[in-house]
Ligand binder design. Sequence first.
Ligand code: DLL
Length: 428
Amino acid sequence: MTMYWEETAERMARGELNRYQLELLNQTIERARKAQFYRSFDLSRVDSLAQFQANFPFTCKQDLRDHFPYGFLTTDLTKVIRLHSSSGTTGNPTVVFHTERDVAEWTNQVARCLYMAGVRKGDVFQNTMGYGLFTGGLGFHYGAEKLGALTIPIGPGNSTRQIWFMQTFGTSVVHILPSYALRLYTHFEAEGIDPKSLNLRIFIIGSEPHSAEMRDQIEELYGVKAFNSYGLSEVCGPGVGFECPAQNGIHLWEDYFLVEIIDPETGKVLPAGEEGELVLTTLKREAMPLLRYRTGDLTRIIPEPCPCGRSHLRIDRIKGRADDMLIINGVNLFPVQIERKIMGIPGVGKNYVIEIRKENYMDRLYVKVEVDKEIFNGTLAGLTELQRRITDDLRAELSVSPVVELVEPSSLPVWEGKAKRVIDRRGE
Ligand code: DLL
């Protein structure tokens, strides 16, 4: 059996891939002429990808909000068959439209990702992501069905029922938020069920930043392989990028997207290997093409070719969004740096939150960490030692002295959907 869903597309030689991208890019530019937002842009054909990257202005999330709801639409509304939307906590939400072909292509991208991770017809795919306007539910649902997996649209929450479905139907593949995967484990513990005794084989984790340490923990607790899945609703949803069996970086599908990493300050395109903001141009989207869209996500291109044989470039695990960066008394840090440290320490449990407060005109970093059951039921000396170790490790990593508070297993707040780990109380 082949390892590839579409071998020709996935292994296209670099030169051929770039020529194909240029052709698709010019088709996309032409289509963009119909969007009210892009009308003021110079939408002439480009002769090279480099010319486009050197001259074409960026599009950002605020543009989507400012031109809500139809400013980016290039087709008649009668051709649109689906609308998705982000939650839009401030101002207008962002809405994204899909034609029939958009949904078909998106479905194919997701099927390609799942196949790459080893999912096959015959697998039982339990989709615990939210159905509805969020793209994680329906996006994967269609992809898994296309691949021929028995697809269970269970949606999020109700951990007891999740476990019951896994047991009853022999679920082999689970699509799950990494934060929920850890929390779900505490329900397995409470019910006295070892997830390793079930038929679980593959976890698809993504949609929120998570560290390699968290992935390792998920793999170990469940006895599965966990694959990092990246995407954003503005350009379709999940299926933009995915890990291959080498589990070392996320392949971005370059026959669907033109990929750039830019310096978020200057907007300059950075060479492969340097960290910056991911910028994507959609190459096949019909209803709502986006040209040089600033994702806000920080990563770098991994320059080395991948042993899996796919030619599509890889990016590193997402470090966070540019606006996730915390500045604590002038020191810059990303929440995932804290996670990376604490998740590697034995005795640390399944959840944590970061709180920043103002005390005596200074910023103070609080890290509240759940401990695991053994430590919690153990000695005071054990707890004190763990607290000291976390404090020391974080201080060494961050150059900021944190206040570490250890709390009971399952005592921190949980989220319906993506984890919100940072509470900034400095403005209160
Ligand atoms: O989260 C789409 C998705 C659904 C991806 C299911 C994967 C699985 P949005 O709600 O629009 O779409 O959020 C997109 O989430 O710009 C990143 O900041 C973040 N994100 C998504 N995947 C990852 C990941 C979906 N694997 C935003 N690692 C993106 C880190 C991620 N951050």
